[in-house]
Ligand binder design. Sequence first.
Ligand code: AKG
Length: 273
Amino acid sequence: MGNSLDAAQVAHYRSNGYVFPVPALTPAEAADVRTEIESFEQRSGLAAGHVIRNKGHLKLTRLYDLIFHRQVLDAVESVLGPDILCWGSSLFVKEGNDPGFVAWHQDSYYWGLEPDDVVSAWIALYPSTVENGAMRVVPGSQTMPPLSHRKSAAESANMLFTHEELADDVDEAKAVDITLAQGDMSLHHIKILHGSPPNRSGGRRMGYAIRYVAPYVKQRGDMNSATLVRGEDRYGYFAKDPVPARNMDPEIVAFVDRRYGGKPLGVATTRTV
Ligand SMILES: O=C(O)CCC(=O)C(=O)O
């Protein structure tokens, strides 16, 4: 029905920890989302990859609409079931010839979510290619015991928010490049080993990763917040995220930046588009 995965795609996801390409947005819809993000950058002089890096769907209303996108949720439902919360989202921007890379890691290492019914829908807002630093995954690694991570060296261009990286070497010969056309997405499991190299092309690479969880998933530590995007939440383990009525609502920005504090995400970097 709709954009559900077929049985072979679900089986692929279960045994390998990822599936792609899955159609999500039309190329025109993807361009529209991207334009919204880039207009925000032009108006504010701020880099979206910093300012709306985490939970950007609470900062830009166009991204809030996207977490409810029917095509995206139909595919996510195929692996999580009919009740779905959006726990987070991350905007990954790599400029042309940017040294930034994403170190090999497992999301489960630092998200504190259990059980592992957590999936990321990574939507390509520009085409994602080997040359511009497409994400790479190690098939089947979601079934390995938890792997050790450590902090990257201070001077590292590792783009991960918490700067972690796998402590051991990865057999990169086993890795698969998740190349995507604009508007298509991949789904990846919270425990899969993944990362991405620098962008060696002259153009931008931009992907919006939406983190979906089943409502019976719990977060270790502080109670976290989420948005019910489909079905019912019969558990109430997550507080309700605010609903943004306008872009960059100061109260909501403060709410998100408190959660992802450290450096002041709302003011850090300027760029011209
Ligand atoms: O965009 C990338 O290259 C990495 C994405 C990633 O690490 C994630 O979505 O969990």
